[in-house]
Every structure is written in C-alpha cells, then in structure tokens.
Design a protein around this ligand. Structure first.
Ligand SMILES: Nc1ncnc2c1ncn2[C@@H]1O[C@H](COP(=O)(O)OP(=O)(O)OP(=O)(O)O)[C@@H](O)[C@H]1O
Ligand SMILES: [Mg+2]
Length: 183
C-alpha cells in the first residue's frame, strides 16, 4: 500500500467490522520532533488477550471468507520501515486503540496520502451507523472533523448524501491546506 491514508482506511474498516459506533482518527505531524503519530481508537467489541496476540499475525483473521488478515501487520511493517513504532491495545467489550509512529523525514516513511478521500469513503459507507472524529494537527495548527456535530447541523439531511459528501470533502481539503501552510 502506497499511502498511510489507505492503511488508515483499512484499520478503521476493522473498527466497523467490530461494531464500533464511534471511531476517532488522530494524526499529529510534528516536524520539530521529527515525528508523525497516527492513532485510531474505536468503541467496538474489542479483543481478548489471545485474539490480540494473534491479531498481528498476517495469517490470522476472524473473517470467514478470506483467511488472511493483513491490515494490522502491514501497518506495523510500515512503521518499522520508517524506524517508528506500532502499538495496539484492546479490551474485550470496550474497544481498541492502534498507535503508529513514524520518523517524519525518514526516506521510507510513506506519505500521508489523501485523508479527505479516506474520511469521505468512511462516511459514505458507514456514516449512518457510526460516527467519525478526525483530528489532524501540524506543528500546533489543527482542525477537527466530527460527524456528531455535522449531523446536528444537517438537521435531518442524511450525511451520506452525495451533495453533502462533496461539501465535506471540500471542507477537509481546505482545512488540511490551511494547517499545511501553517496559517
Ligand atoms: N478494531 C478491532 N476490533 C476488534 N477486533 C479487531 C480489530 N482490529 C483487528 N481485529 C481482529 O484482528 C484480526 C486481524 O485484523 P487485520 O486487519 O490484520 O486482518 P483482517 O481484518 O482479518 O483482514 P484484512 O484486513 O486483510 O481484510 C481481525 O480479523 C479481527 O479479528
Ligand atoms: Mg482488516
């Protein structure tokens, strides 16, 4: 996988498969600390100790159709390639938290990619059954995308409507540009 945004999409799909109603995606870019941190936290069904230990094994999956589970192990490998770290914590019945850290300017660190696309795909396919909270910061400049707030503002209009998604995508792109420019 080329971009971290695609890895993130994959990890959040796990959250949805685990029945999560709320998924928090946090990206922190800190060029002073030379660090990129990606966190994905869900309130899905979580994993017991045994499942959690196995979850990082690329040949373990609780999916019935395709008995190969690559999402977590591929992200773990991406962190290793950029001399970062990977951590997963989970509690059965409570939820799961994945943390991936990368050396920001490492030559093998994958680009963040198109986060607007990732968020819009997630909201389009799961926006009615789950809420997404996406926080992105760069060197202290930040923005927040929260479907709980957006749904209230939409006042009954469904969040997965194409016109709404188009507007939300534009907003995310504009905000990302703003924090990248440091304004
Ligand atoms: N957020 C989560 N909550 C509960 N269980 C999880 C979560 N993430 C992963 N798991 C468990 O770990 C297993 C491995 O996850 P992983 O993403 O690596 O593979 P997969 O989802 O099974 O397959 P793939 O991602 O390749 O389609 C899953 O099958 C699931 O049992
Ligand atoms: Mg998966």
């Amino acid at each position: 996988m080329r971009d971290l945004s695609l890895h993130i999409l994959d990890i959040v799909e796990n959250s949805i498969a685990a029945g999560a109603k709320k998924v928090e995606i946090t990206i922190e870019e800190d060029t002073n600390k030379n660090l990129l941190v990606v966190k994905i936290k869900d309130n899905g069904k979580g994993m017991d100790k045994k499942t959690l230990t196995k979850a990082l094994d690329p040949f373990f999956s609780t999916k019935k159709i395709r008995r190969i589970g690559l999402g977590l192990s591929m992200l773990a490998r991406a962190t290793k390639e950029a001399e970062g770290s990977f951590d997963i914590k989970s509690k059965k019945g409570r939820g799961t938290r994945v943390t991936a850290k990368f050396v920001y300017d490492h030559i093998d660190r994958k680009p963040i990619g198109n986060m607007a696309e990732t968020i819009i795909v997630l909201v389009a396919s799961n926006g009615l059954k789950a809420d997404f909270i996406y926080k992105h910061s760069k060197n202290g400049k930040s923005f927040l995308f929260d479907t709980r707030y957006l749904k209230r503002k939409l006042n009954g209009v469904l969040i997965n409507q194409p016109e709404v998604l188009e507007l939300l995508k534009k907003r995310i792109l504009r905000e990302l540009k703003r924090i990248q420019e440091g304004t």
